[in-house]
Ligand binder design. Structure first.
Ligand code: ATP
Length: 385
């Protein structure tokens, strides 16, 4: 059923993880995969959990439906602590939680329609009703024409659509996505994320996305938790984490230069601008050039669409004289545009240094997701929220 929701969900927690610990023991060795994690996901929200390999993301998400039983802590879904349920009660509760995986996990001997039908069969849904539901679901994921083919005849993106339809079969309130797009190319990733976003909006289903790619989080998530070594090291709205990452892990995930350990300071006489989706609509660079009587050139630009709002970073080179630079900074201050100034230019920037590590300003302007047409040497109008 479609329902109203705020961009961050309905503020009613549908998933509450309380002090989750998970330790894997084998003989004398113990691996502490998740350490004292507490998180709350609101009804109707798309929540991201991001981290590098081995951070504990998969283990944590599998704790949500008790595919992994936490060593300690509570998993409260829709008001019920799953850790207290009997096996039968847990099976029933799991119908409310669909899951999709990186490797799709389809049944190769069954057609597309029969893969989608599988959870309906195991739930005892009558044949006619199941047929109707399979048709609805295949339509929902745009695969009506593939009902009778086998998984081997599908592309990766199509397989993931089947997996999504199957996960939705029993009308779950929650969908868990464990690296659901990691095996897909960027274009297919984009279309699968679009589909998830559409399903979230149409059906009101809450979605938890596990990924190591910031782009995935940027494209669909409302909020994100950053994991490192089993712990949540940072949590917040995507835009805040994206623009002002607080943890070293978030910085490394956002800025490729950090990942290679080759982070360099800004070149002389440059400014890094951050667009937060709150700036007024006038094109910034051409207006700045006129208002400040100073020519600037765009060194690089990278904007992203986060939750339907434009966000981005741009590196511009200013004239070397202090007076022009002061005018430019005053202009940006007046327009409320955050910026970081290179050490070699006059004065100091007002964006905290760490904020500048949000997405690589060094990224090529030809990036397919780049909303900036730098060939016209200006940014598109960025509207207020
Ligand atoms: N069944 C298991 N037995 C023992 N150790 C495990 C098991 N599952 C995971 N681990 C360990 O727990 C830690 C966290 O693993 P996990 O798969 O949750 O991380 P991740 O962030 O999802 O990584 P990736 O992105 O590579 O899948 C790792 O050190 C891993 O080796």
């Amino acid at each position: 059923m479609p329902k109203d929701k705020t961009p961050e969900g309905n503020d009613v927690p549908v998933i509450e993880l309380r002090n989750i610990d998970k330790t894997f023991r084998s003989g004398k060795t113990a691996v502490s995969a998740v350490r004292n994690v507490s998180l709350s996901v609101s009804d109707g929200e798309i929540f991201g959990i991001i981290g590098f390999s081995g951070a504990g993301k998969s283990t944590l998400v599998r704790c949500i439906n008790l595919l992994e039983r936490p060593t300690s802590g509570q998993v409260v879904v829709d008001g019920v602590d799953l850790t207290t349920l009997s096996a039968k009660q847990l099976r029933a509760a799991r119908k409310n939680i669909g899951m999709i995986f990186q490797q799709f996990n389809l049944l190769s001997q069954r057609t597309v329609a029969n893969n989608v039908r599988f959870p309906l069969e195991t739930s005892g849904v009558p044949r006619a009703r199941a047929d109707e539901r399979v048709r609805e679901l295949l339509q929902l994921v745009d695969l009506s024409d593939k009902a009778d083919v086998y998984p081997a005849q599908l592309s990766g993106g199509q397989k993931q659509r089947v997996a999504i339809a199957r996960a939705l079969a029993c009308n779950p309130k929650i969908i868990l996505c464990d690296e659901a797009t990691s095996a897909l190319d960027p274009l297919t990733t984009h279309s699968i994320l679009d589909l998830l976003k559409r399903l979230n909006e149409q059906l009101g289903v809450t979605i938890v996305v596990i990924t190591h790619e910031m782009r995935v989080v940027e494209q669909i998530c409302d909020r994100v938790a950053v994991m490192d070594a089993g712990e949540v090291v940072e949590e917040g709205r995507v835009r805040d984490v994206f623009l002002r990452p607080q943890s070293e892990t978030a910085r490394r995930l956002i800025d490729p230069a950090y990942q290679t350990g080759s982070r360099v300071s800004l070149p002389p006489n440059t400014l890094r601008l951050a667009f937060t989706g709150e700036e007024s609509g006038a094109p910034v660079i051409s207006d700045l050039t006129v208002q400040c009587n100073a020519m600037v050139s765009i060194v690089s630009a990278n904007t992203e669409n986060i939750g339907g709002k434009p966000f981005g970073q741009m590196l511009i080179e200013m004239p070397p004289d202090a007076a022009s630079q002061a005018r430019i900074c005053a202009y940006l201050d007046k327009r409320g545009i955050s910026y970081e100034k290179s050490d070699a230019s006059e004065g100091g920037g007002r964006m905290p240094k760490q904020a500048a590590s949000a997405p690589s300003a060094q990224a090529p302007a030809s990036d397919a997701s780049n909303a900036c047409d730098t060939s016209q040497n200006d940014v598109p109008a960025i509207g207020k929220e």
